[in-house]
Design a protein around this ligand. Structure first.
Ligand code: TXA
Ligand code: MG
Length: 311
């Protein structure tokens, strides 16, 4: 990918001055600020209208930088070696001497950390002397952003700078694993739990229930396009947007494909842009075809179930 150094410089300028900048990642776009600066971190919460009790993920380039802030352990090293950089977030113990702002963690003694894979964001991190706190770049409870234009849709010109990248390759947020005790999945996401289980040789139970409180930010309504959603629908009326993953013979105006061949990777990549597109095209209700509950299908269903809490 062609790297635009003047944009990296611009992003660095804003971040060094405690402003928030939108950054591309392989999962979804993030709304980033200096994780060591309470001033910067407070601005993230304000822009997103996010409650302060919901802690942020901190993004690092290298293990060496992370070790200034967190205790690492054996499982972390195994998973880091296999999957990082990539769509996996670890919850680790925060070191006492860490400079992470109290606003990032809501004074918790743990920290969620991630190593993003996107080349532009890696280059940005290489040029900073602090890690980046970055939640997904959307308004709280709404659908995440996977393209720069989605950030404008949510924030207008309130975000000082958007570091432009292409559409996020994975399209849904990272999988979160808590490694502070017995490994536990807190959020399903872009890395299949089957792959994690294989690596740490541990069975990870994750119950697909939107009622379950795991990560603090997984409460109640989430990922919502602001329209009622019905799941496992074979046939929908013409006035209902029908989300599909298998190609139909004829096309219809209310058909929105996540994939045409039940490819779950492709479906995850398209999920948020399709939800945003439906909202913009004026449909008032959404019906979703059954999506297999395996691999990334689990993560897609988890998001759709939470979004379906909107009545
Ligand atoms: O893919 C991603 O993870 C994206 C990109 C931008 O990196 N970020 C993202 O951040 O999805 P956000 O803020 O939208 O979701 C972070 C989740 C929230 O549900 C939050 O409650 C949880 O991580 N979390 C953060 N710190 C935590 C901690 N110390 N313990 C448990 N959960 C934590
Ligand atoms: Mg989010």
């Amino acid at each position: 990918m062609k790297r635009n150094y003047s944009n990296i410089k611009k992003a660095k300028y804003y971040l060094d001055n405690n402003e928030c900048v939108a950054i591309p990642t392989e999962t979804v776009y993030g709304l980033a600020g200096n994780a060591y600066s309470s001033n910067a971190v407070k601005k993230i919460f304000k822009l997103k209208k996010r409650p302060f009790f919901n802690p942020l993920i901190v993004h690092y380039l290298k293990i060496r930088d992370l070790q200034k802030d967190c205790e690492i352990n054996e499982n972390f090293i195994k998973l880091y070696k296999k999957f990082c950089p990539g769509p996996l977030t670890f919850v680790l113990k925060l070191k006492k001497k860490s400079k992470i702002s109290n606003y990032v963690t809501n004074k918790k003694k743990t920290l969620a950390v991630r190593f993003p894979k996107h080349s532009i964001t890696k280059l940005l991190l290489r040029n900073l002397d602090y890690p980046l706190a970055a939640p997904s770049a959307n308004l709280s409870t709404k659908v995440s952003a996977v393209e720069p234009k989605h950030i404008n849709e949510d924030f207008g010109n309130k975000v000082k700078f958007i570091l432009q990248g292409k559409k996020s390759k994975i399209g849904i947020e990272s999988t979160i694993i808590d490694l502070t005790n017995k490994p536990k999945i807190l959020r399903l996401g872009g890395l299949e739990i089957e792959k994690i289980e294989k690596e740490i040789k541990t069975k990870l139970n994750f119950k697909l229930s939107p009622k379950k409180i795991s990560a603090p930010g997984q409460l109640k309504l989430h990922y919502s396009p602001g329209l009622p959603i019905k799941l496992n629908v074979k046939k929908a009326n013409d006035d209902v947007a029908h989300i599909l993953i298998i190609k139909r013979k004829n096309d219809k105006k209310n058909f929105f494909y996540l994939s045409k061949k039940s490819d779950l990777k492709e479906a995850a990549k398209n999920l948020y842009s399709v939800l945003r597109k439906i909202k913009k095209s004026g449909f008032k209700r959404i019906a979703v075809e059954k999506i297999p509950n395996i691999g990334l299908g689990l993560s897609i269903n988890d998001r759709l179930k939470r979004a379906a809490k909107f009545k």
